[in-house]
Ligand binder design. Structure first.
Ligand SMILES: C[C@H](O)[C@H](O)[C@H]1CNC2=NC(N)=NC(=O)C2=N1
Length: 97
């Protein structure tokens, strides 16, 4: 796991879709058709996060899922956060609204 500096983070954001860097975290709001799809998305996120042993902080607002990524053990954004963000973008393509 490698802590990323601002330059790394900014270049990583170019490979991601709709993520912002704020308060030393990567944040994105995923929009879905309804609450059921928000929950379905997180159900698909769970095995991916467990396989990386790296987990998102999430908040569901009906059809919007706000995902915040940071590496708690490192107190900031690492390569694992970027890796997970990419996987979440791929998952969301399956049924993002
Ligand atoms: C014990 C377990 O490996 C650690 O607590 C893992 C779990 N998932 C994690 N997820 C995130 N986002 N940051 C961590 O530091 C982290 N640590």
């Amino acid at each position: 796991m490698v802590k990323l500096n601002l330059k790394d983070i900014e270049s990583s954001l170019n490979e991601l879709k709709g993520w912002k860097f704020e308060n030393d975290t990567l944040v994105k709001d995923f929009l879905f058709k309804d609450f059921s799809n928000s929950v379905k998305f997180l159900t698909m996120v769970q095995p991916v996060a467990d396989s990386l042993d790296h987990h998102p902080d999430v908040c569901i607002f009906y059809n919007k899922v706000r995902v915040t990524l940071t590496t708690h053990d490192e107190g900031g954004v690492t390569d694992l956060d970027v890796k997970l963000a990419k996987k979440l973008d791929e998952l969301a393509k399956l049924f993002e609204y």
